[in-house]
Design a protein around this ligand. Structure first.
Ligand code: NAD
Length: 424
C-alpha cells in the first residue's frame, strides 16, 4: 500500500472516531437540557491552525512537514493538550483528541479547556538534530496562538521531555523571558513536576482499584491483561504487579505474551525497548486478538484505537474494562459491554491522570514553588477518586452507561462557562 492511500485510510478512521465522539457529546448535552446551539458550539474546536514547517535535514535537503494545533473550547480557561509526532496524524484525529482533552479537564475539574497538536512525521527515522529543528519550527509556527495563559502543550505519542525542553526554550527566546509555564512534561531541572512520567498509569491504577471495589474484586491475586507496553502500559504493569495482582498477559504491536500463573513483570520491564517493544524477544506469543478474549478479571487496553468492536465485544471475558488508551472501544461495543454488565471505565476518565499532573506542573511553574512526589500523589489520588465517584454515581442516577455519564460530567463545566460568558 502506498503512503498516500495509507494516510487516507487513517483519515477515514479518524473521521469515524470524531463522528462517534460528536454523537456522545450531543446525547450528553440533550440529557443535561442544553439547546442545540450548545452542541453546535462544542462539536468542533473554536480554532484549528494548520502550519507548514520547513526543516533542513542532515543530508542537506529541505523537507516541509505539516503540523496542526486545535483549540477546542477556552470558556473555562486556557486550552491544554499534548503534541503528537506520528506518520498517521490527521486533522480529524487532532480535532477529536482536543475534544477529549476538554472532556478530561471537565471530569477532573481543572481550569482548562482542551487543545491538541500533531505533526505528520516519523520520529523513529529522524536524527536528534532534525527532531530539534522540527520541534523549534513548530513552536515558531504556532507561537501567536499559544502561551501559558492561552494554550499549553504537553507530550503525547512519540514526544518526550527533551522535545518539551526544546519547545520551551524556543518559546522563551521568542517572548524574550523564561516561560516554563508555556509547556508541561518538561525535565525536572527545567520546571517539570515530580510524578509526571508515571501520572497516567498511577491514575489508571486508582481507577482499577475503585472499579474493583464496586465489583467486590480483590486486587491482590486479580487476573489482569494489559494491551500495550509503552509509557502507559508498562508503568501500569509495574503498579499492578506491585499491588499483588497477577498480570497474566501483556502485548505490543507485534504480539502478546501470556502466562495464566502471572508474567515476570520486573524481568519484562528490564528488557523492553524505549518504543514499548518486548514480544519480539520471545517465541511462544499469541495475537493481540486472542489476548483480548482471554479469561481475566480486569482488561486494560493501553495501546491504540478501535480494539474492542462489535466483532469481539461478545467474547470479552473481563468483569472490568479500564480504557488507558484513547478510543480503544467503539460505541457499538460500549453498548454490548454495558448490556453484558461489564463495568467500563471510559478513556476520558481513566487516563485523566496525565493532564492532572500536567496541571500541577503548570501551577508549580506559575507559583515558582515545587512540590514533593508525595504531595503530587496525594493530590492526584483525591482528584481521581472524586472523578470516578462522580461519573459512577451519574451513571447510576441517570441510568446511562459509564461513557455517556463521563461525557455528561465532562461537558457540563465548559457548557456552563460558555453560557455564563453569554456565548450560547
Ligand atoms: P507508547 O507509544 O509509549 O506505547 C504504545 C504501546 O502500544 C507500545 O507497546 C506499542 O508496541 C503498542 N502498540 C502499538 N500498536 C499496537 C497495536 N496495533 N496492537 C497492540 N499494541 C500496539 O504510547 P503510550 O504513551 O503508552 O500511550 C498508549 C495509549 O494511551 C494511547 O492511546 C495514548 O493516547 C493513551 N494515553 C497515554 C498517556 C500518557 O501519558 N502516556 C496519557 C493519556 C492517554
Amino acid at each position: 500500500m502506498n503512503q498516500q492511500s495509507d494516510h487516507s485510510i487513517h483519515e477515514q478512521e479518524h473521521l469515524a472516531l470524531l463522528a462517534s465522539t460528536q454523537v456522545v457529546i450531543k446525547k450528553a448535552l440533550q440529557k443535561l437540557g442544553y439547546p442545540e446551539a450548545m452542541y453546535e458550539l462544542l462539536k468542533e474546536p473554536l480554532r484549528m491552525l494548520t502550519v507548514r514547517i520547513p526543516v533542513r535535514m542532515d543530508d542537506g535537503s529541505v523537507r516541509v512537514f505539516t503540523g496542526y494545533r486545535a483549540q477546542h473550547n477556552d470558556a473555562v480557561g486556557p486550552t491544554k493538550g499534548g503534541v503528537r509526532f506520528h506518520p498517521n496524524v490527521t486533522e480529524p484525529e487532532v480535532i477529536a483528541l482536543s475534544i477529549w482533552m476538554s472532556l478530561k479537564a471537565g471530569i477532573v475539574d481543572l481550569p482548562y479547556g482542551g487543545g491538541k497538536g500533531g505533526i505528520v512525521c516519523d520520529p523513529r527515522t529522524m536524527s536528534f538534530r532534525e527532531l530539534e529543528a522540527l520541534s523549534r519550527g513548530y513552536v515558531r509556527a504556532i507561537s501567536q496562538v499559544v502561551g501559558p495563559a492561552k494554550d499549553i502543550p504537553a507530550p503525547d505519542v512519540f514526544t518526550n521531555s527533551q522535545i518539551m525542553a526544546w519547545m520551551m526554550d524556543e518559546y522563551s527566546r521568542i517572548r524574550e523571558f523564561d516561560s516554563p509555564g508555556f509547556i508541561t512534561g518538561k525535565p525536572l531541572v527545567l520546571g517539570g513536576s515530580r510524578g509526571r512520567e508515571t501520572a497516567t498509569a498511577k491514575g489508571v491504577t486508582i481507577m482499577i482499584r475503585e472499579a474493583a471495589k464496586k465489583r467486590g474484586i480483590d486486587i491482590e491475586g486479580a487476573r489482569v491483561i494489559i494491551q500495550g507496553f509503552g509509557n502507559a502500559g508498562s508503568f501500569l504493569a509495574k503498579f499492578m504487579h506491585d499491588a499483588g495482582a497477577k498480570v497474566i498477559a501483556i502485548s505490543d504491536a507485534y504480539g502478546s505474551l501470556h502466562d495464566p500463573e502471572g508474567l515476570d513483570i520486573p524481568h519484562l520491564l528490564d528488557r523492553r525497548d524505549s518504543f514499548g517493544t518486548i514480544t519480539n524477544q520471545f517465541k511462544n506469543t499469541i495475537s493481540n486478538k486472542e489476548m483480548l478474549e482471554l479469561d481475566c478479571d480486569i482488561l486494560v487496553p493501553a495501546a491504540v484505537e478501535n480494539q474492542i468492536t462489535k466483532e469481539n465485544a461478545d467474547q470479552i471475558k473481563a468483569d472490568i474494562l479500564v480504557e488507558a488508551a484513547n478510543g480503544p472501544t467503539t460505541l457499538e461495543a460500549t453498548e454490548i459491554l454495558h448490556k453484558r454488565g461489564i463495568l467500563l471505565v471510559p478513556d476520558v476518565l481513566a487516563s485523566a491522570g496525565g493532564v492532572t499532573v500536567s496541571y500541577f506542573e503548570w501551577v508549580q511553574n506559575n507559583q515558582g514553588y515545587y512540590w514533593s512526589e508525595e504531595e503530587v500523589e496525594k493530590k492526584l489520588e483525591e482528584i481521581m477518586v472524586n472523578a470516578f465517584e462522580n461519573v459512577y454515581q451519574t451513571a447510576h442516577s441517570r441510568q446511562v452507561d459509564m461513557r455517556l455519564a463521563a461525557y455528561m460530567v465532562g461537558v457540563r463545566k465548559m457548557a456552563e462557562a460558555s453560557r455564563f460568558r453569554g456565548w450560547v
